[in-house]
Ligand binder design. Sequence first.
Ligand code: S3P
Length: 426
Amino acid sequence: MSNATVEHFATLRGTLRVPGDKSTSHRALMVSALADGESTIRGLSSGLDVTATSQIMEQLGATRDDRDDVVTIIGPTKGLHASDDALDCGNSGTTMRLLAGVVSGVPGEHQLVGDASLSQRPMDRVAEPLTLMGSHVEGRGARLSAPLRIRGTAALHGIDYAVPMSSAQVKSAVLFAALGAEGPTTVVEHVRTRPTTEEMFSRAGVSVASVESGEGRRITIHPGRPLARNWLVPGDPSQAAFFAVLGCIHPDADIEVLDIDSAPERIGFLSVLRRMGATMTVRSPDSMTSFRVRSSQLNAAEVYASEIPSVDEVPVLVVAAAAAEGLSRFRDVGELRVKESDRFQASLALATKLGCRAWSEGDDLFVEGLGSATRFAHFELDAALDHRLVMASAVAGCAGAGCSIGAAHTVASSYPRFFDDVERLA
Ligand code: S3P
């Protein structure tokens, strides 16, 4: 357990690249392992979550070779096979949920385990559709938490499935299982979530049709083995969000972040900050987005979960709301409760520790801002195995009066260099 002490830095200046997108990194490893032959991945995230996925793909029969920043994955010609050892997903919900889809199509018994945080998280949301496809999934308690036992089979069949919550992980688990199923599979989502899986499948030669309808999307895929490809991983927008908020609320900052994934489902936080009055320029010349933010006087905003479908950026936007003038409202953000920690309660607690009045009504969160991060109180917080809480707290401490974060080492799940990157800006 390591503690981090974060000080207020007088000035923040600089340009940075955040780690490779975690979502793309997991999927690049899985798609490459499922393909026959040699794929390469540039810009892979070095976070522990992605390392867990990589090690599991090796356990299932893929081989990995690293040269400079290029990772080569060779998918076995005969396809993946079950491992005698448990598949350790660590802290990573994306690993466990997507993997549940992958191994459902790999004949044999699979045991999926995780750390204390992951072992609390609901896996019934993937077990339900995978069972409908012919997989057999056992877990603990009513919500089927890890450890999971999955009996994979080569005889899965395609389904039509409406994902009941907003979740790219559930959608992706079904799509991965659908690769080896008999007949097509259609997944309907009521809110458009990150399209990473279906876009990467399509680039790997899998037949995918994706149609938008209302706020949602209908994705149909035909079974098929992905082709080996050369993948380039863009920067991770969810990590960039910490620097976007830091640049806005810090009293003397000018920060540029280069080349992040530009999917609209990922960069909603930039629109929210713009609405709050951020001094910001955004460029998307090609498939990637870069932005520059400067110290800004923020105003309160009304934020809807559909703008930020994974709600990953909500804790740090709560910090922005705490520095803004007026009452911010975060609508329909109940999914925060089932992330790496209960981020719903943790966001309320963080805003309160900073000195704000903050409360909830149902799935809505309310934060009355202090008008400036210079009014934040110094605070102490335990990150409870939640990397995004470490970073949201560090942003508040660095822009405000400093803080002390317990169990800060958990930042390595997604962003091992986070504290170094903040210090470089100082
Ligand atoms: C992810 C989806 C989101 C997000 C997570 C990564 C993905 O989870 O919170 O960090 O890569 O598919 P949900 O599917 O639970 O929204």
